[in-house]
Design a binder for this molecule. Sequence first.
Ligand code: IPM
Ligand code: MG
Length: 370
Amino acid sequence: MMSNPSLLILPGDGIGPEVMAEVRKIIDWFGANRGITFDVSEDLVGGAAYDAHGTPLHDDTMAKAQEVDAVLLGAVGGPKYDTLDFSVKPERGLLRLRKEMDLYSNLRPAQCFDALADFSSLKRDVVAGLDIMIVRELTSGVYFGEPRGIWDDNEGGRVGVNTQRYTTDEIRRVARSAFELARRRNNKVCSMEKANVMESGILWREEVQWVHDNEYPDVELSHMYADNGAMQLVRWPKQFDVIVTDNLFGDLLSDCAAMLTGSLGMLPSASLGAPMANGRPKALYEPVHGSAPDIAGQGKANPIACILSFAMALRYSFDLGAEADRLEAAVQQVLADGVRTADLMQKDGGTPVTTAQMGDAVVAALNTSI
Ligand code: IPM
Ligand code: MG
């Protein structure tokens, strides 16, 4: 008998455990109703791991992450850890997972659900029906480049250094993943960098063009400076299909794109690496939002980003696209029915539901789907 696919759940800090508890309900639902059963294990990451082990990611957890079929992560970080040494900050746990699993392609879809179009800070016609995909390079660039550090400058001051560094292979592999996605969408890729001021940006532009010309000439490719890209994202985001960009620009541009959809609490992500022996890609799924310490433990957090991250796992790790569609449709249904967590309330909008009530509403919508 084939064994069940395995999931490692890392709830993390802040609202992470609360939103992940709702994902557990969804996982259980698929087991009970669709015969899709996972072997689920749970472990610590971020500040929670630091509190228990003095490190934001224990070696045993890292080893487990390498073995499972997919990792689901909640969020890391919090003010309690702000004064920790840089090397043990909660964020280092997440960055270690990304780096050691070599998850170079970070998919951040920004979709505007119809029911939320009036909630965006932009006008309805600018965002209604929006469906774009940001592909962020995730394992290189200024996040990891050497040299890095803070040094005395020997003149009584200090100097802080980070290095933006990209190789041909690093650019080409993430470009390929963007072109592949575009072929299954609207066949358009826009690559963003700062080739006007950065040599790494010039290389980025040339290598993306190379991959296009040699391997994906059928896909429409354009290039844009990343600052202009930020502006175009709020001016007329529907001009884009797939955006491919580096680690730091992708971090910024994806937060910006998230707000187009109404709330950061809505956006999932998938971080994918090379295929494993079983053909599945190395994979970690997490909401784009952070640990939101200001609302943690109050039942206010929106679990939808985390739930939709599990939908991405169904689609990208387990080849269960129809089941991912089912889950996304259930979320859409709940929003259309007017169910709203606090982040999705208009000023005069009535009473918000709790995190758990939102999870229950999604389960109820799933029940009507079968
Ligand atoms: C993200 C986050 C992370 C990043 C932090 C938590 C390290 O902002 O996933 O966008 O900067 O990549
Ligand atoms: Mg970010």
